[in-house]
Write a protein that binds this ligand. Structure first.
Ligand code: FA5
Length: 354
């Protein structure tokens, strides 16, 4: 058993392997070398008959060859798989320039999701009043989601929104990452990216680790609004809230304003709408109280303005966080929020088509 035997064995194996084109043949070749009575297995069996000196040199070489066979076999199988996929892709290629492939059933139309319809309507209303429409990331840090909004680490208000945290290392600025629990994060990003006076809205998806029911989802949409200027008052806030509801419902709807606590506004309000699913009689959407929490709002807290780089002595403002999905439910009489995420075409196609 000289070292030459191993080199020759290796060359022979590589040469045989290179000729194979089927995975089954590759596995058979592997068995010829490493199977129960394969060439390398037999060599290893004979090790016990060698002198201790020969064992020292032959053992590592035999094991090295075993590793090479295993590695080369795996590489060959991977290669054959890639080649098979490429061949399939080449065979199934669709020529999209060929018009036959583009023919669709002219009776079947797509439809806008009802949330898209309402969101577009609200964006148009606010754009016509000079608001910008902003967007922000779904993955946030705790500064933007909480601290800048006057919710420090030990504040009990953090428990108001069950948060999906990432198990990551702290970010370079020492903050943990999370899925944003509300669109109020865009208040912070909006303030930091512009100088007052300004006004903007920001629709978007938010995430909360909550049990779902007819009016609660874990992934739902809100629409944030913020206006900062000199001498903004609660009457500005009420004007804009009324405008949204009037334009969306095109009729009078019953609402009530009551005090509400949010650390980022002072004073804060809850604006509820009389449940339009049951006309206030009580149902699973309004939890049998006849009212649905829809549009919390308030005057921006001075600490929030400061965190956004704005002088609270000079400027003030209002902010609101509309529950967009709930508004959609009220507008279209949808009795369970979970229909909105269902992707069920029987539901989606009931709304405006293209
Ligand atoms: C907030 O998220 C605040 N950021 C809103 C805010 C902004 C207040 C600016 C003041 C100033 P709240 O957690 O109440 O607040 O959520 C706002 C709205 O989102 C609720 O009124 C409700 O309409 C909707 N909402 C809340 N949780 C859910 C849920 N799990 N599923 C569907 N809609 C929800």
């Amino acid at each position: 058993m000289s070292s030459l035997d191993f080199e020759a064995l290796k060359t022979e194996f590589i040469q045989k392997l290179s000729q194979l084109t089927k995975e089954a043949d590759v596995l058979n070749l592997k068995a010829d070398y490493l199977g129960k009575s394969g060439i390398i297995t037999e060599l290893l069996k004979k090790m016990k008959d060698l002198s201790p000196e020969d064992r020292k040199t032959v053992g590592p070489k035999a094991n090295e060859l075993k590793d090479i066979v295993n590695l080369e076999v795996q590489k060959k199988i991977d290669l054959l798989e890639v080649e098979a996929i490429n061949q399939k892709l080449a065979e199934n290629r669709i020529d999209i320039s060929y018009t036959e492939n583009l023919k669709v059933n002219s009776n079947s139309h797509g439809g806008y999701h009802p949330r898209t319809l309402v969101q577009q309507e609200i964006e148009d209303i606010f754009l016509s009043m000079g608001f910008d429409v902003l967007d922000g990331p779904h993955i946030e840090n705790e500064f933007t989601n909480f601290e800048a909004l006057n919710i420090p680490g030990d504040h009990p208000a953090r428990d108001m929104q069950d948060t999906f945290w990432f198990h990551d290392e702290k970010s370079p600025v020492g903050k943990k990452h999370l899925l944003r629990t509300h669109t109020s994060t865009i208040q912070v990003r909006g303030m930091l990216s512009r100088k007052p006076p300004f006004k903007f809205i920001a629709p978007g998806v938010v995430f909360r680790c909550e049990r779902t029911d007819a009016s609660h989802e874990m992934v739902f949409t809100q629409l944030e609004g913020m206006m900062v200027d000199e001498n903004i008052s609660v009457s500005h806030l009420i004007y804009f809230m009324k405008t949204i509801l009037k334009e969306i419902f095109k009729r009078d709807v019953e609402v009530r304003l009551r005090p509400g606590f949010f650390p980022f506004v002072e004073p804060g309000f809850e604006l509820d709408i009389r449940c339009l699913i049951c006309e206030g009689k009580g149902c699973s959407v309004c939890k049998h109280i006849g009212w649905v929490e829809l549009l919390p709002c308030g005057m921006v807290h001075p600490n929030v303005l400061k965190a956004g780089g704005i002088d609270p002595e000079k400027y003030n403002g209002f902010a609101f966080g509309l529950g967009l999905d709930r508004l959609v439910m009220m507008k279209y009489g949808i009795d369970d929020i979970r229909h909105l995420q269902s992707a069920d075409l029987r539901f989606n196609t009931q709304f405006k088509t293209y």
